[in-house]
Design a binder for this molecule. Sequence first.
Ligand code: PLP
Length: 430
Amino acid sequence: MMRQAIASKATSAVRQRELRYFDNNATTRVAPEVIEAMLPFLRDYWGNPSSVYQFGKQIAGHVEKARAKVAAFVNADPKEIVFTSCGTESNNSAIHSALVLQPDKRHVVTTAVEHSANINFCQFLEKRGYEVTFLPVEPDGSLDLHLLDKSIRKDTAIVSVMWANNETGVIFPVDEVAAICRSHEVLCHTDAVQAAGKLNVDVKALGVDFLSLSAHKLYAPKGIGMLYVRQRTKYQPYIIGGHQERSRRGGTENVASIVAFGRAAELAVSNLDDQNARVQSLRNRMEETILKTIPDTVRNGAKDARLPNTSSIAFDFVEAEALLMQLDQKDICASSGSACTTGSLEPSHVLTAMGLSPMRARGCVRFSLGIYNTDDEVDYLLKNLPSIVARLRSISPPSSVHPDNGTNETETAHKRHKERTGTALAHKNR
Ligand code: PLP
């Protein structure tokens, strides 16, 4: 039994070493420093922070220290930080609070390219009689701020716009979105789950009322997130129960993970610029080489207004799922979009909203790099990818229709999408 356990430990260590992980937007490896910081709170300090005796109070003190670190990471006051279970809960909570506290306002503005953590909640709201405007995006994934401004109505309760897209890395100008919201006196929420750790997060400079983060994108464990609630913004808890989190989120605190989040935030603050510069140069080398050496490949999304780590590439005449399986055979991890939609046969809603034809969207792969990626790993990917793509193309008969149709189907599809959304917008704004 003992020998088996040792063998399985050894195998998993070898596997870790062999893995070339290019899926850091799905989740990140927990940093050794973070594991170190959280272990005492599983092993020794396991009490309940709400308990009145010293053992509990001591633990509550560590929760507050972690809160201060997370607050410093986003330039907030610790009182403005509510720990949640994940980014999804944070997004749902912000929108829910805005609607419950303004019962006469039954309209939400968001975008067509949000994460399912937001899109699916908004669709759920639509089924319950709320109105939601899903703003279209441009072919490069950017947002038309004039359209956003026009879509805000007297009965708009909240505008919820992601900061950086999880599939393409495209960045929205959230500070400008927040300024537009302020001019209409409408609440503004941003899903900063992918931005954190890759861009400097400063809630004061952004001017938002709510901001969501998730620790597992920041080299901390899964199951812990936070919602920034700007001081004096009225807030209605989403999870109703005990008086934890100053009565803003019921449920005994996930102490070890909160401590881990604090440590990850601290590490991110001290290393952000250097690490991002290194990751960006790796990403650029990878992307430029793929686009140059593999025919019929296209980058999705704006080149510059983009996260430093993300690259979404269309491999025409290839099914992304087949490509991912072949990469997996070589211990290379990447994905065809959001981890939450993997396995779905539908083409990505983000890419189709940008006007990609469903055929091209089905051939798109996202490579998202992180602080543990190395030059050697990128070399390994670049060595293996061209032959895999060529093999897949040779076994699937070439389609008579080009994914972009040679007649710029991208533009046509995007025009159609915009027309549909524009008509819907005009209809709703009547
Ligand atoms: N928002 C974005 C942009 C994301 O990428 C994700 C996760 O991939 C989420 C929200 C959901 O975060 P969580 O997995 O912590 O619920």
